[in-house]
Design a protein around this ligand. Structure first.
Ligand code: ATP
Ligand code: MG
Length: 297
């Protein structure tokens, strides 16, 4: 497990105004890490990931049996920050029956004809399950804020000065509603640098087996880098709450991203009061009778 004092570095305290510029995207997050050196930190991160993958498998079973909570995990990031790889590695030990991943792309015309939260509501995890949103309703205050022409057809009066503030408020209320109904929410912003994104795009272009991952649309979005950084900053500042906290995860090194995400998910589940359902006297008696019947067959 990663010490809580390190996790605190990435947790956005509700009410605190963060600046993304203050967040290092690399591996050298503390003096202690720097002293250890990159190879040692990597070795430890990989060990943490491995342990957490095992622990997560166990605690997920308990979450399922307990059947009172659900866990919603939101991933947001710039392209090539490693959302897909993080989901794949962190969830690799989890029973697929207890987990669902939804990747949200451009909304359909049916989606756009509804309120902006509609399409996400239909995908929320059931009690006992883990639901992963690979992109989410946050796109509606990120890509849509950067490209306002994507906005639904709304009456003029609804697009006033406080439009984005109102959306943040709606999101906070939505997440509060979920939390009040037993959903635990974790939100990860994978914080990749512009330099590392360039490196990963070039890799996609240069390596034939990675070509399929490249999209010229991603390159076009890179042109709006500063607008996105600002939109992320505003969003995180407005929507990191006690009931649905944001974590800003360094994403220039995949191993540190994965270790941190796995650790935060596992420790969040471990901190819940999960328990296997207890049988009452009547049910225990039934078990005894069944055992007896089988033995006497
Ligand atoms: P990958 O590239 O790894 O497959 P991705 O999440 O980038 O994953 P894409 O199909 O490349 O998937 O991109 C999805 C696109 O859909 C993104 O550009 C995203 O901004 C856009 N999108 C998602 N939600 C919305 C939304 N609510 N409104 C407008 N655009 C959206
Ligand atoms: Mg993409």
């Amino acid at each position: 497990m990663i010490k809580k004092k390190y996790i605190k570095l990435f947790h956005v305290k509700p009410g605190k105004k963060i600046h993304l510029k203050d967040y290092d995207t690399g591996w050298a997050q503390t003096d202690e890490f720097k002293e250890l050196g990159k190879e040692k930190v990597k070795e430890r991160a990989n060990a943490v990931l491995e342990q957490n993958v095992q622990d997560l498998a166990e605690v997920q079973q308990l979450l399922y049996a307990d059947d009172r909570y659900s866990l919603l995990i939101v991933f947001q990031a710039m392209d090539a920050a490693g959302k897909d790889g993080t989901i794949k590695h962190v969830m690799s030990g989890v029973n697929p029956q207890g987990c669902q991943v939804f990747s949200f792309k451009k909304p359909s015309s049916e989606d756009l004809d509804h309120n902006f939260l509609w399409r996400y509501m239909k995908c929320l995890p059931e009690r006992g399950r883990i639901g992963i949103f690979n992109r989410s309703y946050y796109e509606d205050v990120l890509v849509v804020k950067v490209h306002p022409e994507l906005l639904q057809n709304l009456p003029d009066g609804k697009k006033g000065k406080s439009f984005w503030e109102n959306r943040y408020e709606d999101i906070n209320a939505f997440e509060r509603h979920l939390e009040r109904n037993g959903t635990v929410i974790l939100k990860f912003f994978l914080n990749v640098s512009k330099k590392e994104q360039k490196k990963r795009f070039l890799e996609r272009l240069e390596r034939p087996e990675k070509n399929w991952k490249f999209s010229s649309a991603d390159l076009a979005e890179r042109g709006y880098w500063d607008d996105y950084q600002e939109a992320y900053e505003d969003t995180i500042n407005a929507t990191s709450t006690d009931w649905a906290p944001w974590y800003i995860i360094p994403a220039d090194n995949k191993w540190i991203t994965r270790a941190l995400v796995a650790d935060i998910i596992t420790s969040t589940l471990n901190d819940l009061d999960l328990k296997f359902p207890e049988l009452d006297d009547e049910q225990l008696k039934l078990l005894e009778q069944s055992k007896k019947a089988l033995n006497e067959e």
